[in-house]
Each structure stands twice: as C-alpha cells, then as structure tokens.
Design a protein around this ligand. Sequence first.
Ligand SMILES: Nc1ncnc2c1ncn2[C@@H]1O[C@H](COP(=O)(O)OP(=O)(O)OP(=O)(O)O)[C@@H](O)[C@H]1O
Ligand SMILES: [Mg+2]
Length: 236
Amino acid sequence: MTRLVVEDVHTYYGTSHILFGVSIEISPGESVCLLGRNGVGKTTTLKTIIGLARAKTGSVRYGDADLVRLRPDQIARLGIGYVPDERIIFPDLTVRENLEIGAKPGLDETRKPWSVEGIFELFPKLEILENNLGGYLSGGEQQMLTIGRTLMGNPDLLLLDEPVEGLAPVVVDELMRQVKLLKESGLSILFAEQNIRFATEISDRAYVLEGGRIRYHGTMQELHDRSDVKEKYLML
Ligand SMILES: Nc1ncnc2c1ncn2[C@@H]1O[C@H](COP(=O)(O)OP(=O)(O)OP(=O)(O)O)[C@@H](O)[C@H]1O
Ligand SMILES: [Mg+2]
C-alpha cells in the first residue's frame, strides 16, 4: 500500500501562479477532502497530483515514485484514478462498453479486481441502463458511469473532483452513499468539494484551501468545531 505526499508545491498555468506551497498527505485507506470555495485551487491540486498540471517547485511522491517527473498515463498506472469535474463518457458506446473500456489490472493483488457486475452492484441504475448509449444518460448517471469506468482500472487511490456538483438533491444523496461504500471498502480517496456536509459524510480529514494556500487542516470533527475557519473559507 502506498502513501501520497504532496510537499510545498507551487503550480503555475503559464505565468499565473496558482498554488503557493500546498502540502497534503494521504495514508492508505484514508478518505480526505480538499475543501474551498470557487477558484481556490482544488482542481489545480488534483491536476498537479495526476500530472495534468506541473508543480514548478515542490514534490509529489506516491510511495517511491516521483510523480512530478511522470506523465498522466504513467501516474494512472501506479494506481491513481482520476475523476475530473467534467463527466467524461463515450457518448456512442453503451454503458457496458464504457465500463469495459476502463478495465485494467490493478497493482494491489490482495484486492479483488472490479468487474462490470461489481460496478452494477455499486450503481444499480447502470445495470438497468446497461445497453443504453452513454450520450443519453442523465448527469447523475454519467457521473456514476465516469466513476465506474475509473474503478474498472482498479485504482488504490481515487481523486474525485466535485462529483455531485450540479446534481439533483436525491441523486446527490444516492451518489454520496455509494462513495461512502467505496471508502468503507478501504479505497483511499481525495475528494475536492465546496460543501462541508458532503465532505463530512465521506471524509476523515480535511484540508481547507483559499487563494492557492492550505489555510487549515485537521479531522472533520475538529473542523466542525472551528466556526471561524468555516465562516472565513467555506460555504455553509
Ligand atoms: N488553464 C488555466 N489557465 C489559467 N488559469 C487557470 C486555468 N485553470 C484554472 N485557472 C485559475 O486557477 C485558479 C484556481 O482554479 P481551480 O480550477 O484550481 O479552482 P477550484 O478550487 O477547482 O475552483 P472550482 O470550485 O470553481 O472548481 C483560478 O483563479 C482559475 O481562474
Ligand atoms: Mg474545480
């Protein structure tokens, strides 16, 4: 099992300095959230981990691997799954085909590999829609399919970027329950989110970002007692 250590990372888009010394650690089996309002750098932090944005200084290590030197596909092969904020599905493939295309063996041989049937057990709606084309799914169903396809790659660490944003409340509740099951299965999760309620349901610890800097980190329980931090940096 592998530990992710992000240390003093500075990330730029061109000349725009976006992350200012971000440090985050995730141990195997931990579920951690990255909280903060719009534009504070949550997505950029996830992209820096998965290699879609580059840390100019600082380090990102996953076990012995130095992720700053690797391409996104190489990082994915180390067992890090990334579910971006835009839902990425193949509109002309069926739900089943969308899942099959994500299938890839994992590195952790002690973990049971995901099958399409396993994904259907987690997301029963997808089984009903098995032969439908991806392009006709609702937003919530597309999100389940995107997560399902990522799981088919058997990651040990899952990066989730605001997975419930823009979804109807009843779908949000369903998806949060499903992500919670993933956490309980022992998968490590780093979850970018604006809403502390959703974060509380699935996270053990939180990092609060503002202006590209970590302003607070602690357990969810500690954060709940910090009304100063919540009022200053979060949506309540
Ligand atoms: N490709 C880009 N080029 C230049 N600036 C960017 C780019 N992507 C994001 N930014 C800027 O970087 C900052 C951080 O953006 P980021 O998307 O990481 O924030 P976020 O916390 O994920 O926000 P949101 O909650 O809206 O998703 C913002 O000021 C944004 O405008
Ligand atoms: Mg974002």
